[in-house]
Ligand binder design. Structure first.
Ligand code: GTP
Ligand code: MG
Length: 234
């Protein structure tokens, strides 16, 4: 039996990252028992699994190791069933924007409460700061940043588009497994691309009529990122 990290889940296939950097597509052992029936997915990104290689070049997951923590989303508001978005997270980065789309403080607060409940450190990244073109928006941003800093959360102001504030993001996430979460269209994919240009993630459009994103990224995935925050003299 070998161990690996689940970095992507699609249907009944799980992409597993191996210790040597290789990847293997695995399925779950047929008679795998779900822990209770509350969760719709038995395996999530971030899970550490034990698997066995098959002759056909794929793998079979036999065990999912205990999770240090995990974060869930309810299927619907009333539903008892939950979907595990990710497991074993070191940091939750809540990506928010003041405009296009506008993130409400209610939304930020709900994510913060979730993070607290699951014992996951959280920070807030305000993206699209290049759009703070007038005094009024600037002062709303200052107020919000001060508010969340005062209650103890790190707050970063960045622009994925202009590339400002990225070093602070890199410093914050270095060496960690980080979940970027936030409304569609706030620029999660754009921000990851800006931090790690090799990723080439698809970036969506903001709808002209609803001023919201179009759910371009449809599933969670882990990207091993090589961060070059520090330049060593050679
Ligand atoms: N002005 C400005 N636009 C940005 C910035 N970052 C991203 N955008 C734009 O915002 C839109 C949405 O960006 P995405 O990266 O696709 O957003 P997302 O959060 O990944 O959205 P989903 O995958 O749908 O959840 C695109 O049109 C980006 O070009 C920024 O810093 N400034
Ligand atoms: Mg996206």
């Amino acid at each position: 039996m070998q161990e690996g990290l689940v970095i992507r889940t699609t249907g009944s296939w799980y992409r597993v990252l191996l210790a040597d950097g290789g990847q293997l597509d695995c399925r779950l052992r047929g008679n795998y028992r779900l822990r209770g029936n509350k969760q719709t997915n038995p395996v999530a990104v971030g899970d550490h699994v034990e698997f066995e290689r098959q002759d056909d070049g794929t793998g079979v997951i036999h065990e999912v190791q205990d999770r240090r923590n995990y974060i869930v989303r309810r299927a619907t508001k009333l539903s008892k069933q939950t979907h595990v978005i990710a497991a074993n997270i070191d940091l939750l980065c809540i990506v928010a924007t003041l405009g296009l789309p506008r993130t409400s403080t209610g939304f930020i607060d709900r994510l913060l409460v979730t993070a607290e409940a699951y014992h996951i450190p959280a920070c807030i990244i305000f993206n699209k700061c290049d759009l703070l073109v007038d005094e009024e928006l600037r002062s709303i941003q200052d107020e919000l940043s001060t508010l969340y800093r005062n209650v103890g959360y790190p707050v970063l102001e960045v622009s994925a588009l202009k590339g400002t504030g990225l070093d602070a993001v890199k410093e914050m996430i270095a060496g960690k497994t980080v979940l970027f979460s936030g409304h569609s269209g706030v620029g999660k994919s754009a921000l990851l691309n800006a931090i790690s240009p090799g990723l080439g993630l698809k970036v969506g459009q903001i709808s002209d009529w609803s001023l919201k994103g179009k759910h371009t990224t449809t599933f969670a995935e882990i990207f091993p990122v090589q961060l070059s925050t520090f330049n060593f003299p050679n």
